[in-house]
Design a protein around this ligand. Sequence first.
Ligand code: 6PG
Length: 245
Amino acid sequence: MPVSPSLTVCDDRASLFHSVAEEMCSVAKRAIDAHGSFYLALAGGSTPAELYRLLADSYHDRITWSRAHLWFGDERCVPHDHPQSNYRMVRETLLAGVEIPPSQIHPIPTGGSPQSCADDYHHQLLGYSADAASPPVFDLVLLGIGNDGHTASLFPGTPILEERQHYAAAVYVERLKSWRISLTYPLLNAAKACWIVAAGKEKAAIVQRAMSPAEGEPLPIQRLNPNGGVHYYIDRAAASEWKDE
Ligand code: 6PG
């Protein structure tokens, strides 16, 4: 049974993203001091773009980016220059302001079939694990939350929720009529730190539900059970439906 998630509520979006960025600096320093690198998986979607811009603009010299390895929590099966591409969003925000060696930036491939690209990413991840039987251990995984309780591309009612062998998998999302590739629970649950970043009143209901005990079938986000626990970083607007038990 996953440990109850912990929570940081910030006054507004600006202070939320500054809080996440500041804590990320600490995590990165601890990781680099401990093992010489900082393994980071980035969330997609629209929320984190503002955080990535802030990191590029104001934190480019606060983290030793040359030691970072950038992975992606999920990707839409579109070209990397497509407006819907998470890689494009990161390239235009974070990577516009920080220098990471190209060999340490690991976009999810989208040039082939969803299955072949997912297999490719799984094998890339395998190459960074300490042994063939265990996933690579990310120092930090950033994730978002969708209004149906999905995170990355772990959508309710999809087979990817049951994937236990591969660290990345393809998933067809009926509601979106599109294929996605996502990190899976075996990889995400091996992370040292897993942060959910959410902002705005439109997230309040799902954040309240996600942070409460599951009612029947757990939401995909509630099935996260990383070694380092799950921490929510939200603004006051996303906490506006918070009911103290
Ligand atoms: C994606 C994300 C997805 C996202 C949530 C929230 O590729 O869309 O990985 O899981 O984090 O859907 O998206 P917003 O930040 O746009 O609300």
